[in-house]
Write a protein of this length. Structure first.
Length: 241
């Protein structure tokens, strides 16, 4: 892990957001408009039962359901393999290949409470934004161990915000190190974003401070590695019991 982190950091230091703790990378225009449209259309071609409706967003889960005892793996669809290979080519997961993708759809006014991604994944998370921009917020660590906050705790955590990033369409966000293991991240449920001095990556974006961006429907691809996967012989043994 340390060797992997050092290798990646050395190759991609240009994209590191130095105004935030270790480590956040923002890569604008990581994919082309053609790639974006292809994947975006495929998301909506997925069978309706693939969608899971939550309170403030809906999602698709590809690759299997992560579990402390191990994920039962499912092959990723062909339309996700290209973008996963492109992310892996950066060396962000060392020599590992992504085996899990969470597709989230956020309509204007929707968001997600501050949370951490937890220990079931390789401690690097990558996220590709499609179709519309949003602002993601980061918060100081907290002492309890639950992965997502309840709404009554939301106000307390908002006071601990350390900064934000603008995620433009086709961009890649990479979070690792302490920012993955200790800090929280979330998206405020609103219909527009004001780009002020709390947004730390305006130099890498197509807009300047003071801009007001209307949110459209945003699709995010959270591309990760689940290290603990149940092998075929283990599954066969479980079914025999």
């Amino acid at each position: 892990r340390v060797k992997d982190d050092a290798f990646f950091a050395a190759r991609h230091a240009f994209f590191c957001i130095l105004q935030l703790p270790d480590s956040v990378y923002y890569v604008p225009d990581f994919i082309t408009m053609v790639e974006e449209k292809y994947v975006y259309d495929k998301v909506y071609d997925a069978p309706k039962p693939k969608w899971v409706q939550l309170a403030h967003r809906r999602l698709q889960n590809w690759g299997g359901l992560p579990h402390p005892k191990g994920m039962v793996p499912e092959p990723l669809p062909q339309w996700l393999k290209g973008i996963c290979a492109k992310v892996a080519s950066l060396g962000v997961f060392g020599e590992k290949l992504p085996n899990h993708v969470l597709v989230n759809e956020y309509k204007p006014g929707e968001g997600i409470l501050p949370h951490e991604d937890g220990p079931l994944y390789y401690p690097v998370v990558t996220n590709v934004t499609l179709n519309s921009s949003t602002v993601i917020d980061f918060y100081t660590p907290r002492k309890d161990t639950t992965s997502e906050l309840s709404e009554d705790m939301e106000g307390v955590v908002k006071n601990s915000r350390i900064g934000s990033l603008l995620l433009e369409p086709r961009s890649l966000l990479i979070t690792s190190g302490a920012m993955y293991t200790e800090y929280l991240h979330g998206i405020e449920p609103r219909t527009e974003d004001v780009i002020d001095d709390t947004v730390k990556n305006t130099g890498a974006c197509s807009v300047q401070q003071g801009a007001v961006l209307q949110r459209g429907t945003r699709v995010s691809l959270t591309i990760r590695v689940v290290p603990k996967v149940l092998r075929a012989n283990v599954l066969q043994a479980l079914f025999k019991k």
